[in-house]
Design a protein around this ligand. Structure first.
Ligand code: PMP
Length: 367
């Protein structure tokens, strides 16, 4: 037996993660769907002052129920599709990855099944593996949309306990059609949960509704969000969800006590006070995204429609060569998604110009 005595199914598995390069190695970083705009001085001052206050109490455990933060998150969600949500329907953890892991700890497990539709977010099968939940992935259409009839048929066959559906989807950028959530919630009934992962929800195009609007109608619906993307808070590690109170009570059974530090709570609350500023770049990023989609299409690339802050494009015979060529020119994007495709996150106008210049150059060189 080799050392360490790890669970056999984990032996030899590489930890999940995109290549992390320094700014020197890759000055233009467009690989993990971050918001390129940092906080203003005013916001920094507020965060620093709030953390300083929180630090006075660091000898004590933090508020285990992060009550003020749940209240702030509920108020924010009510400005973006939430219908009278209260803190009793809000939960948070260290990134929406942790929120969804907790969901599978409580609602998945041995003998239970989680379902999604590929290509999709590559952490979902990891949450399933780590909670001993059976993982099943159906397929998306060639344009990465979800065929609702096929999805319903697969649900009838598999009888999942949890369905994880990002809207917009990562890495394709595809939003769910508005009718999908109702149809799937009805199909699942109260013996299973539909988790709509709206990590990129704020970037959706005009007219695309948020699943938050449907929470009053479906008790088995969970909507997950994060401060990592639109809120420009990837370093904060703060994800959250809105759902029925009974679902929250189930999560409380599996969460570790005091999982959200006093520093995280204070920082997130300060960020919420500056929501207008932090979210202020969303419109610009959406415009830049639409512009990038148009630019790529004009040059003959295939591009998936995107409701997110990234764009999946291709098709390349040797995508690794294109990825490497871009990196050689200082532009780091992500080699992910189906074969032949690459994903670029939307950055500042200067960063997108650097990306376009580098891509034009690489394609010419590889031709
Ligand atoms: N869901 C999706 C679809 C994502 O792409 C990501 C991050 N890449 C997450 C959830 C997790 O984000 P975080 O843990 O930063 O909230």
């Amino acid at each position: 037996m080799s050392f360490p005595p790890i669970r056999p199914e984990l032996a030899g598995i590489e930890p999940y993660g995109a290549p992390q390069l320094t700014k020197d190695a890759a000055p233009v970083q467009l690989n993990v769907n971050e918001n390129p705009y940092g906080p203003s001085e005013a916001c920094l001052d507020d965060i620093a002052a709030s953390v300083r206050e929180a630090a006075r109490t660091l000898n004590r455990y933090p508020d285990r129920e992060f009550t003020a933060l749940r209240e702030g998150l509920a108020a924010y969600l009510n400005t973006d599709g939430g219908q009278g949500l209260t803190r009793d329907e809000i939960w948070a953890a260290n990134g929406s990855n942790e929120v969804m892991l907790q969901l599978l700890q409580a609602f998945g497990g041995p003998g239970r099944t989680a379902l999604s539709f590929a290509p999709t977010y590559s952490m979902y099968p990891e949450y399933a593996r780590d909670t001993h939940t059976t993982w099943v992935a159906g397929r998306r259409e060639t344009d990465f949309s979800l065929d609702l009839d096929a999805a319903v048929a697969l649900i009838r066959e598999v009888r999942p306990n949890v369905v994880l559906l990002p809207s917009p989807n990562n890495p394709t950028g595809t939003a769910l059609p508005p009718e999908a959530i109702g149809v799937l919630c009805e199909e699942l009934g109260e013996s299973a949960l539909l988790v709509v992962d709206e990590a990129y929800g704020e970037f959706r195009r005009e007219g695309v509704p948020s699943a938050l609007e449907l929470l009053p109608r479906y008790r088995n619906l969970v909507v997950s969000r994060t401060m990592s993307k639109a809120f420009a808070g990837a370093g904060l590690r703060l994800g959250y969800l809105a759902a029925d109170k009974a679902i929250l009570d189930a999560i409380r059974v599996v969460r570790l006590p005091y999982h959200l530090s006093a520093v995280s709570q204070a920082t997130a609350l300060a960020a919420l006070r500056h929501a207008d500023e932090l979210l202020g770049k969303v419109d610009e990023l959406r415009k830049e995204r639409d512009e990038t989609v148009g630019w790529l299409r004009d040059r003959g690339f295939e591009v998936a429609d995107s409701d997110a802050n990234f764009v999946l494009f291709g098709l390349f015979e040797d995508r690794h060569a294109v990825w490497q060529g871009l990196l050689d020119r200082g532009v780091l994007i992500r080699e992910t998604g189906p074969d032949g495709w690459l994903r670029v996150s939307i950055g500042t106008p200067d960063e997108m110009t650097a990306f376009k210049t580098a891509l034009t150059d690489v394609v010419k060189e590889l031709r």
